[in-house]
Design a protein around this ligand. Structure first.
Ligand SMILES: Nc1ncnc2c1ncn2[C@@H]1O[C@H](COP(=O)(O)OP(=O)(O)OP(=O)(O)O)[C@@H](O)[C@H]1O
Ligand SMILES: [Mg+2]
Length: 348
């Protein structure tokens, strides 16, 4: 006979505006609250005892299962955005938090998943993105006109001969280039961040990609006197979109160069484990302040050094989006004054 406190706990769980699901060691559901029933369309009596992936049916189950992350890395996974397919076949956008359940003695006894329905939030986010993209897009045509006329004026003999006018026109031309590049970067970022990249996956050779990226940065590396070392020990082909992956790795090398002192050293290492491919970019630059570190992957976020170097704060947001859409993750560590390490992990 359940006592009063057990009933009370049950009422709390069932009143939660979040789906709460517990699983055993084999990912079989052991409890399922009322919100979980509403969200998935499965009654608890059907869900309990079944595999979590059969009931929650998320797009992350195959390659990015948060339970496996908890099992393999022994750390809680929070804020994972996913899409569930409910019993009626409808898609429900959700945010998932997963952790291990431990008993009073710290023994691992199962998993807990907390799932939040973020349909409303996603809808608002979509509206906002559509609006901003539309504005950015519509700014492009007037920018082209301003740029075209500025160039024409720069060629006019009366303007060419007047120092003041020449200076003003040059300032207008520079500003127009900056704005154009910001619009271009922003539209590109909106596309990358939409989580619906049309990835053209192929079996690609990582060593080849790294070689091409390094070759294309040869002049800059030489001009900065950088000692660039690359050691790629990955033999297994990676199933990825070569163009997007190359763009993500280019952004990391671009940052390492941008934030490195003259004659610094940059090391790129890549290796594989039985589960993943690890690619590491290490520099001896000025590093990242601990106050900045949690935000550097956010769009438009620029660290304390923003006034010293040009940029829009979009490079790392693109890296994160591309890596995530390949089922991987990217992390950063840094010791201010000593350098930074960016690590990309892709599933094999
Ligand atoms: N290797 C690095 N060393 C030191 N700081 C870094 C490094 N990489 C990134 N950062 C910090 O993180 C911030 C965000 O990087 P991100 O690449 O997104 O933007 P950005 O380089 O400023 O501009 P963009 O890439 O759009 O040209 C940077 O402004 C910088 O403060
Ligand atoms: Mg950058």
């Amino acid at each position: 006979m359940p006592d009063k406190s057990q009933h009370f706990r049950r009422y709390i769980l069932d009143s939660m505006p979040l789906a709460i699901v517990t699983m055993d060691f084999n990912f079989k559901i052991t409890s399922f609250n009322r919100k979980a029933e509403e969200m998935t369309g499965f009654p608890a009596s059907t869900a309990v005892g079944r595999l979590c992936s059969e009931v929650l049916r998320s797009n992350k189950c195959k390659n990015e299962c948060p339970l496996k992350t908890v099992r393999e890395y022994q750390e809680s996974a929070t804020g994972l955005e996913a899409e569930l397919t409910n019993h009626q076949g409808e898609k429900v956008p959700v945010r998932i938090g997963t952790t291990a359940i431990e008993d009073a003695d710290g023994n691992f006894i199962g998993y807990l998943e907390i799932i939040e329905d973020i349909s409303r939030f996603k809808e608002m986010e979509r509206e906002k993105e559509n609006f901003i993209s539309m504005v950015a897009h519509d700014m492009k045509s007037p920018m082209v006109i301003i740029g075209g006329f500025t160039k024409r004026l720069q060629k006019e003999p009366t303007c060419k001969g007047n120092n003041k006018i020449r200076k003003y026109l040059q300032a207008m031309d520079d500003a127009e280039h900056k704005l154009e590049s910001l619009i271009h970067e922003f539209l590109e970022h909106s596309r990358l961040d939409s989580n619906h990249l049309n990835l053209k996956r192929d079996d690609i050779d990582l060593a080849d990609i790294l070689k091409q990226i390094i070759e294309s940065h040869h002049q800059r590396v030489k001009a900065q006197g950088i000692d660039l070392q690359c050691d790629c020990q990955v033999q297994t082909p990676i199933n990825a979109d070569a163009e997007y992956l190359s763009r993500a790795l280019t952004n990391l090398l671009d940052n390492a160069l941008k934030y490195s002192p003259r004659k610094g050293q940059i090391i790129i290492n890549a290796w594989e484990t039985d589960r993943e491919i690890v690619i590491l970019f290490q520099d001896q630059g000025k590093g990242i302040d601990s106050e900045d570190l949690p935000y550097i992957f956010d769009a438009f976020y620029r660290g304390k050094s923003k006034n010293e170097k040009s940029g829009h704060g979009l490079g790392l947001a693109s890296v994160k989006s591309i890596v995530r859409q390949h089922g991987g993750r990217v992390t950063a560590e840094s010791t201010p004054g000593k350098g930074s390490v960016f690590t990309v992990r892709l599933p094999r």
